[in-house]
Design a protein around this ligand. Structure first.
Ligand SMILES: *Cc1c(COP(=O)(O)O)cnc(C)c1O
Length: 365
């Protein structure tokens, strides 16, 4: 059996260090906003090259608070991609704004910068790109559109921890950005967790208040906030994994490049790298017009695979009414033919060869 991700393999490698660190937290009984959260925030900010990194309870909360602190709210429109996890659009709705979906680039699957400009109205307040599957979105062109029209950029970095462009990390381009530490993400904890990054002191101060009941000084509440703190036990785990994130991501790239090499002569489209950004392969996603055939063969061979995402957001029931007239042909074509294969840092070359030989046999059979 080859799974989509193997969390156990990574835990076993780090077990001694993680178990020891968790038992120190248990001994200390400092469970909420303790020393590990503070240290992790400093270490993550240094790694990401941002002034502030604030730990929160999930990636969804990170995006919600990142939008709220950036001043996005009721009546605003936020231009985003329909080819993403629902949380991107949920966060936009939580602040009272409207997600406006535009089409994606057929090669990177990221938001198409050309489509952004055409969707701008007087209500547009922000653009929310997603660095999908770990590939940085086109930051230079998106930032240029945002600057020209005085829009804020808030990045969804849930799948892109460690991805960079010209040495600059995703999460450092927007006014604010949200990361997720859901266990299967490139930097994953053992439960839920998230992070907001910003270079703006005021936004950072707002996020710190919002995550902790609108309070800076205990029992003095300035705004209505939330209970959305990164857990101390999760922060202890994340500190251990952060030290290895470059190695994890390099191994994801090794896996991806071997897949692409082995799949090169088959009638499938392998992931595109634009040569500008460093793709960290949260997912390895091919396009194929024989998806059902490949999926069946992999399943018969005990190999997992998955469709990310089968239904784009503008076709989800929750948005179907407001998006009824919206046609996004590239997104729809990609959703109909995308297939993600197993990828994780510990995946062995021999397993990758086996997976590709099953795909080869399915396509030749
Ligand atoms: C995982 C994910 C989120 C949400 O993160 P959670 O930590 O699960 O709340 C948001 N956006 C994208 C693109 C994601 O993949």
């Amino acid at each position: 059996m080859i799974p989509m991700v193997d969390l156990k393999a990574q835990y076993l490698q780090l077990k001694d260090e993680i178990d020891q660190s968790l038992s120190q937290v248990l001994d200390s009984c400092a469970f909420v906003l303790g020393p590990n959260v503070k240290a992790f925030e400093e270490e993550a900010a240094a790694y990401l090259g941002v002034k502030h990194a604030i730990g929160v309870a999930s990636g969804t909360d990170a995006l919600h608070l990142a939008l709220l602190a950036a001043g996005i709210g009721q009546g605003d429109e936020v231009i985003t991609t329909p080819f993403t996890f629902i949380a991107t659009a949920e966060a936009i709705r939580y602040v009272g704004a409207k997600p406006v979906f535009v089409d994606i680039d057929p090669k990177t699957f990221n938001i198409d910068p050309n489509a952004i400009e055409a969707a701008i109205t007087e209500k547009t307040a922000a653009v929310m790109p997603v660095h999908l599957f770990g590939q940085p979105a086109d930051m230079s062109r998106i930032a240029a559109v945002c600057e020209k029209h005085a829009l804020k950029m808030v990045e969804d970095c849930a799948q892109s921890f460690g991805a960079s462009i010209g040495g600059r990390q995703t999460g450092s381009f927007g006014v604010s950005a949200g990361f997720s530490f859901f266990p299967s993400k490139n930097l994953g904890c053992y439960g839920d967790g998230g992070l907001v990054t910003t270079n703006d002191d005021d936004i950072a101060a707002k996020i710190k208040m919002l995550r902790n009941h609108g309070s800076e000084v205990r029992y003095y509440h300035d705004v209505i906030g939330y209970n959305s703190r990164l857990d101390e036990l999760q922060a202890a785990i994340l500190r251990i994994k952060l030290k290895r994130i470059d190695d994890f991501n390099l191994n994801r790239r090794r896996v991806a490049h071997l897949y692409s090499e082995l799949l090169a002569d088959l009638p499938v489209t392998t992931p595109y790298e634009d040569g500008v950004g460093v793709h960290v392969y949260h997912q390895y996603t091919i396009l194929t017009d024989q998806r059902d055939t490949i999926m069946q063969a992999l399943q018969n061979a005990g190999i997992a695979c998955a469709i990310y995402y089968p239904v784009p957001l503008h076709r989800q029931k929750v948005f179907a009414d407001e998006c009824a007239g919206l046609n996004l042909p590239v997104t729809e074509a990609v959703a109909a033919s995308c297939l993600s294969l197993p990828i994780y840092p510990e995946l062995q070359d021999a397993d990758i060869r086996r997976i590709v030989s099953v795909i080869r046999a399915a396509l030749n059979g």
